[in-house]
Ligand binder design. Sequence first.
Ligand SMILES: [Zn+2]
Length: 213
Amino acid sequence: MSKNLKIIFLGAPGSGKGTVAEKLIKDYDIVHLSTGAIFREELTNNGPLSEKINSYLEKGELVPDDITNELVKNKINNIHDNRSIILDGYPRNVDQAKFLDTFFKVDYAIYLKISDEVVIKRISGRMTCPTCNKIYNEHFKAPKEPGICDIDKSLLVKRSDDNPETIKNRLKTYYDSTFPLIDFYKNKNCLVEMDSGIESDEVIKNIKELISF
Ligand SMILES: [Zn+2]
């Protein structure tokens, strides 16, 4: 049963947008479009924009709006009209939101609200097991022995860019470019605020209570 809902997720890095979206699509027939996945697909298929995208990603820069807009629009146009869609990671600034507005009417802009302090702990505490890929967090989901996987005793690893300084920079970019979207969608009367400083299953429960998919 499809209701043709158009949903976007807003929130700081570490607010759980991807996790929440992934869990929601398991329960409902929804297309989940993340810009990360769209870029990867274009690269894998050697699409017309793959060289340009690669040149930005290699430098660790954001892919410019015009390229991102074109890819997202193509992708949305290829999805059947009556399917529900979740956009995750897009729009990330007001210009992209205005572009999106010309062909995609957002029903719900779900704002996953979280404090900077929790974001920093969530990201900087993240550790992964290289053997079984289990994810731990030294603040919230610590292994029984520090730095060691409970299952296979492998040494857990941290991503080098998951350090507090890099996270603070990412938060600054978020506040400068993405945060203004909260007001943008508030003015369109489709903003829904959700506390995201809690377990993702609880966040999903709250979303399901609010939106009938
Ligand atoms: Zn392991």
